[in-house]
Design a protein around this ligand. Structure first.
Ligand SMILES: CC(C)(COP(=O)(O)OP(=O)(O)OC[C@H]1O[C@@H](n2cnc3c(N)ncnc32)[C@H](O)[C@@H]1OP(=O)(O)O)[C@@H](O)C(=O)NCCC(=O)NCCS
Length: 327
């Protein structure tokens, strides 16, 4: 049966998206003025053309702006929220959570709030965690935000990493599904391979150095693991729902590298129009990358009701996962 007409066991639906980027935009040319790199090297290896860096803003400020935009798009107020989950690796403080700070800033007084730390897969982990809250009817409305100030973790003397990342935030409002609803979350999948924690990590943290540290990465190894695990995640998700590659209307991948995105698209036999690409505009914004891409595509009017979206992410940890959504 065509997946658009199949009845899924939908848990919640997405009723609004929002995003926010800091105003300080740096092109590859701008970066090459103080990093030993070039536009052609970055573009050829990654597809990145520019990134945004915070100046005076904190991760919670980015999250507030993306979250309020998503609430407005959903026609809800902050007081309607029962739950706020923020996926971030760059919290304002070690504690309390950035989600608690955002609750205070937007006045979401009825929401339980916590952060998820699953690095670049954090937004997918957030979508997956939220399933439990909706399935057990603990919440009616939730706000999931991916927000990052990755620039704070970059060593601008290390050209192999500092050219890859950017700052920003994206958000989605989830609401409980009524029996009549035909749109919603179909299935998520999350996984971790902790044996590879050394391949992508910071060299500091509260326990080790009482500071945040900076990013270290073995790029080629990370690339190899990303390609193979993302292919498997996507094919497994489709298989579990008895869906075909041709059922996918849009792939919304984690935006780390255009070559990784192309390899997943190829494994799924997707033509370029079905693949949402924002890595050129935003660079790798870690947990913010998928909701930024989702909001960008939503606001471009790309999705029609009933479209099948496949979201996927891979990041340090290694964490990875995916989500199938009927729009
Ligand atoms: C990081 C990445 C783009 C590097 O590309 P690569 O083809 O593996 O490049 P290498 O690391 O082999 O380096 C090739 C050369 O470019 C140089 N180089 C590295 N960074 C550079 C930069 N920013 N500008 C110019 N030259 C650079 C290297 O020094 C090396 O030079 P050499 O051959 O003279 O030694 C690639 O490995 C990658 O995308 N990995 C995945 C990263 C990722 O997405 N991580 C996040 C996952 S969530």
């Amino acid at each position: 049966m065509n997946s658009k007409f199949k009845e899924y066991n939908l848990v919640y639906k997405i009723i609004g998206t929002g995003s926010y980027l800091p105003s300080n935009c740096l092109s590859n040319e701008d970066l090459s003025k103080f990093v030993d790199t070039s536009d052609s090297w970055i573009t050829d290896r990654t597809g990145i053309k520019q990134r945004y860096f915070v100046k005076d803003e904190l991760t919670s400020d980015l999250a507030v702006k993306a979250g309020l935009a998503a609430l407005e798009n959903a026609n809800l107020t902050a007081e309607d929220l029962d739950l706020i989950i923020i996926a971030t690796t760059t919290p304002d403080l070690t504690f309390p959570s950035t989600a608690s700070i955002v609750q205070r800033k937007i006045g979401a007084v009825n929401a339980a709030c916590f952060d998820v730390q699953a690095v670049c897969s954090g937004f997918i982990y957030g979508l997956s965690i939220a399933e439990g809250f909706f399935a057990t009817k603990k919440v009616k409305n939730a706000l999931i935000i991916g927000a990052e100030s990755l620039s704070k973790l970059l060593d601008f003397e290390d050209r192999t990493t500092c050219v890859l990342f950017g700052d920003g935030a994206g958000a989605a409002v989830l609401t409980e599904k009524t029996p009549e609803d035909t749109s919603g979350l179909i299935r998520t999948s999350i996984s971790t391979k902790g044996e590879f924690t050394d391949l992508l990590k910071t060299d500091g943290g509260p326990g080790l150095s009482q500071s945040a540290g900076v990013v270290h990465m073995q790029g080629q190894e990370v690339f190899r693991h990303a390609v193979s695990n993302l292919k498997k995640v996507c094919l497994d998700l489709l298989a579990k729902e008895g869906m075909e590659k041709s059922d996918i209307d849009f792939l919304i991948p984690h935006q780390a590298n255009k070559r990784i995105i192309d390899s997943t698209a190829k494994a799924l036999s997707l033509t370029p129009e079905k693949v949402i690409v924002t890595v050129d505009k935003h660079a790798n914004t870690s947990a913010a990358s998928i909701p930024l891409a989702l909001d960008w595509a939503n606001k471009q009017g790309k999705f029609k009701k009933g479209d099948i979206l496949l979201l996927e992410a891979f990041g340090a940890g290694f964490t990875f996962g995916g989500a199938l959504i009927k729009w």
